[in-house]
Write a protein that binds this ligand. Structure first.
Ligand code: SF4
Ligand code: SF4
Length: 440
């Protein structure tokens, strides 16, 4: 507690930053660029059609194609590829996802910065009930209103993003402009309102408390960390430079002391402390005392690049083949994807005293545009069967069911029947059935 007060009082000492700040704050701006790119990708992935969920059928959609469980290779390949890539990331770069990519951290950092700008740099959101220390000159109703309006606008914007995962952009636009649209869920405005309230609460109050005390995903990432995982190291041989300074500590929004990082601490490898120390030392044109290191913690000196490369290859040795297998399965799944699905099953009816043997031909369109299909039957003599329709028009992701009726006077014997289906786009599909006629 006393160290926290000490940190805060030291944090209040103005730090003069010298002219090479932009050059020395390299991690900060790289991180901002990655965060901006991530936010764009989170919207672009569903909006471009690369991936979304169809709430009507509860299935996945990739580039306007419905993905069924029967598209096993595509689904399994994608998950294996993603899982092995993420495990590689966790074990090499640790919880870097939190610091550079996670939307929760992006929002929390943005909210902290805006709060300091409008209410003073010592204002802190506390769940302990401690009142925020608002700067006297900034404690104006207009500043509070501006802060609330900015948080509400951000909550309204971020609550829209999940909609892109369930609806195409044109439908999201209909929702935003209050147009009547039957394809939107009737309760969508209520769901959206609840999302806005949750995000507003998160931005205004919860912020990094979620990361520190509630995030299960962070715990999951931790389970892959080792002593070799990317971490901050401290040059203790120059510890004299740290007398009366803890600028790196006050720069850490996770409240860590970057000079004493551990394997399983909360560090998210954001690099803000490294930038801070580099800025302090820029005037003397010497590097800061903090830097990133990939490799064994106790290993000092030696060839850092070699250590990092060895460490990376050691991990790649067991995850890369799995990732390659996933990629191969995914590509195979894409290549062998069937846009239409045909299945034929027996449906016998009693009509009066005679038995007519019927087969049901169920045809499905897995694409999000209409499709014209032609159905043909082979393996039966002409005039011995009727088909309820030969040419059908399927709606986007629509289904149709045809009936194949076989005459009862078909000569006794076993018939190999093939139901051929051809689409206007060149696709052809076949379904084989064996039919035994007892009549004759
Ligand atoms: S590591 Fe750098 S920023 Fe941190 S206390 Fe030492 S000199 Fe200051
Ligand atoms: S110790 Fe440094 S790298 Fe780790 S979270 Fe804190 S500021 Fe970021």
């Amino acid at each position: 507690m006393s160290s926290g007060i000490n940190q805060k009082s030291i944090a209040s000492i103005p730090v003069k930053v010298v002219g090479t700040q932009a050059v020395r704050s390299s991690f900060h701006w790289k991180r901002r660029a990655v965060q901006a790119l991530t936010t764009m990708l989170v919207v672009l992935i569903p909006a471009s059609g690369l991936f979304r969920i169809d709430p009507a059928v509860g299935g996945f959609v990739v580039f306007d194609r419905q993905i069924w469980l029967s598209d096993f290779f595509m689904i399994a390949g994608l998950w294996i590829m993603l899982a092995s890539g993420l495990v590689m990331l966790y074990s090499t770069a640790g919880t870097v996802f939190c610091g550079w990519v996670c939307p929760q951290n992006i929002l929390a950092e943005w909210a902290n910065n805006l709060t300091r700008k409008l209410l003073g740099k010592h204002v802190e959101v506390s769940l302990t009930g401690e009142a925020p220390r608002v700067a006297g000159a900034k404690n104006k109703i207009m500043n509070w209103l501006l802060l609330g309006a900015a948080f509400l606008a951000a909550a309204m914007f971020f609550a829209l993003i999940p909609l892109f995962y369930f609806y195409p952009p044109s439908l999201v636009w209909s929702f935003v402009t209050f147009q009547d649209e039957a394809r939107l869920a009737g309760s969508l405005h209520w769901i959206y309102t609840v999302c806005v309230l949750i995000i507003f609460l998160d931005i205004a109050v919860i912020r990094h408390f979620w990361c520190r005390f509630s995030c299960i995903y962070r715990v999951w990432q931790h389970s892959f960390k080792t002593k070799q995982t990317l971490h901050v190291i401290y040059d203790a041989s120059r510890a004299d430079d740290c007398a009366k300074c803890n600028y790196c500590v006050t720069s850490c929004f996770i409240d860590l002391d970057p000079r004493k990082t551990e394997v399983y601490d909360s560090c998210i490898n954001c690099g803000e402390c490294i930038d801070a120390c580099n800025r302090l030392h820029a005037k003397q044109e010497t590097p800061g005392l903090l830097s990133f290191e990939l490799g064994e913690r106790i290993q000092k000196g030696g060839n850092k690049f070699r250590n990092a490369a060895v460490s990376l290859f050691a991990r790649a040795g067991w995850m890369a083949p799995l990732g390659a297998l996933g990629a191969a399965m995914f590509v195979w799944g894409l290549w062998s994807y069937e846009p239409y699905h045909v299945v034929v099953y027996r449906a016998e009816n009693q009509q009066g005293h005679s038995t007519i043997q019927n087969y049901r031909i169920a045809v499905s369109n897995k694409l999000y545009h209409p499709a014209a299909l032609r159905v043909r039957v082979q393996g039966l003599p002409q005039g011995s069967y009727t088909l309820s329709a030969a040419d059908i028009m399927l709606l986007p992701v629509g289904r149709e069911s045809l009936t194949l009726s076989i005459a009862q006077n078909l000569p006794r014997g076993l018939y190999s029947i093939v139901v051929d289906v051809a689409a206007g786009d060149g696709w052809t599909g076949h379904y084989h059935i064996q039919h035994f006629s007892e009549q004759g």
